[in-house]
Design a protein around this ligand. Structure first.
Ligand SMILES: [Zn+2]
Length: 367
């Protein structure tokens, strides 16, 4: 007896499948499953994929500026797992954990190396706020919740400290053996110097920002060192945000065979409600506008973020994995405007609409 069978779902390869779930895990996938089940969900006409993962959000509701509620960005938008990227540090991440675990959406966190996270937005301008011993202690205490480390490396955050915060983040990363996400933006630090400290697997978020210190040179080509870093395995993450996604940069990168490794939103209440982010599906539509296929887009919100953040039971629609699943429709019969962070507006006909979010085998329909 299964807990749930999802019937007649359509794979990206246009096959029709049934998926059976038991005890929060995917138990069986085949063309037709006839076994008994507590619950049957008919997904006819809907695509199925592993649950979408948004690797860069801000969802600590007690934060003053960059706050949101996990279920507003997650389950209501087809997103089964969200990763808060450094809203909190060793001082307040315990409080965040207590709140986050009450949500339906799976919530994980990257620990900001600065003790209070982004309570103040210049969190790395005073390096006495970075305490490696306390950071390590918190990482051990909350090992189920803290899955990585975050350092925001741009002018307004680091003040006069240059590359020093990044060196501290790398030191912590080595001791904790966790993934590191680095936010890039306005210099200092120059992007070339910043990237020289990164290793394969390190995550650069805001990869296609349209700022001067981004990956495009003055001639509009991808800077050599950025290409080399990408080819060496540095992970490029979208981290759209209010200020950090630019269509031209994304298109130029694609024309030089640089596709973002993961698609994430950097969403919080304001850019969710007022744009330009709105939700993960809209960000996915933007990458389809840039020329990514539906398969490439889905891959970048499932397998690749799971792998980069070592969420080993997530990101695949396969037997034995967590029963986190997204059902969605893709339509191309109407017109929608998409806007990037530099107010460039384009029109697309392709729309991705999540219809149900399944988290640990529980179905949440989206109206
Ligand atoms: Zn962010």
């Amino acid at each position: 007896m299964y807990d749930l069978i999802i019937k007649n779902a359509r794979t990206l390869e246009h096959q029709t499948i049934d998926v059976a779930i038991k005890d929060g895990k995917i138990s069986e996938i085949s063309a037709v499953i006839a076994a008994d089940s507590q619950e049957i969900f008919n997904a006819k006409g809907q695509f199925i994929s592993a649950g979408w993962i948004d690797a860069h959000v801000h969802c600590y509701e007690k934060m003053s500026l960059y706050y949101d509620y996990p279920d507003e960005v997650g389950v209501k938008n087809g997103v089964t797992t969200i990763v808060d990227a450094g809203s909190t540090g060793e001082n307040n991440i315990g409080e965040f954990y207590k709140l986050a675990r009450k949500s339906k959406t799976n919530v994980y966190a990257l620990l900001n190396i600065s003790k209070d996270g982004i309570v103040f937005q210049d969190e790395l301008s005073d390096l006495t706020k970075v305490n490696e011993a306390k950071n390590l202690e918190r990482i051990q205490e909350l090992s189920e919740f803290i899955i990585g480390i975050k350092a925001r490396m741009s002018k307004s955050v680091i003040g006069q400290n240059g590359v020093r915060p990044l060196i501290m983040a790398k030191s912590l990363q080595k001791k904790a053996n966790l993934p590191l996400m680095v936010h890039i933006g306005t210099a200092p630090v120059e992007l070339e110097e910043l990237m020289s400290y990164l290793d394969a697997g390190d995550i650069v978020t805001h990869c296609f920002n349209g700022k001067d210190n981004g990956i495009l040179d003055r001639a509009g080509q991808i800077k050599d060192f950025a290409k080399k870093a990408y080819e060496a395995g540095v992970h490029f993450d979208i981290g759209h945000g209010t200020e950090s996604f630019n269509f031209q940069v994304a298109m130029q990168a694609k024309s030089e065979n640089i596709l973002a490794n993961s698609i994430s939103t950097d969403i919080y209440s304001r850019n969710r409600l007022d744009g330009p982010v709105y939700n993960l599906a809209t960000t996915m539509e933007k990458l389809m506008y840039v020329g990514y296929s539906l398969e490439q887009v889905i891959h970048r919100v499932t397998q690749t973020p799971a792998k980069a953040l070592r969420l080993s039971s997530k990101g695949e629609l396969a037997v034995g994995y967590d029963a986190d699943i997204t059902l969605f429709k893709v339509t191309d019969d109407s017109s929608k405007q998409l806007i990037d962070s530099n107010q460039e507006t384009v029109k697309t006909s392709v729309q991705i609409q999540p219809t149900a979010t399944i988290i640990a085998g529980k179905v949440y329909e989206i109206d």
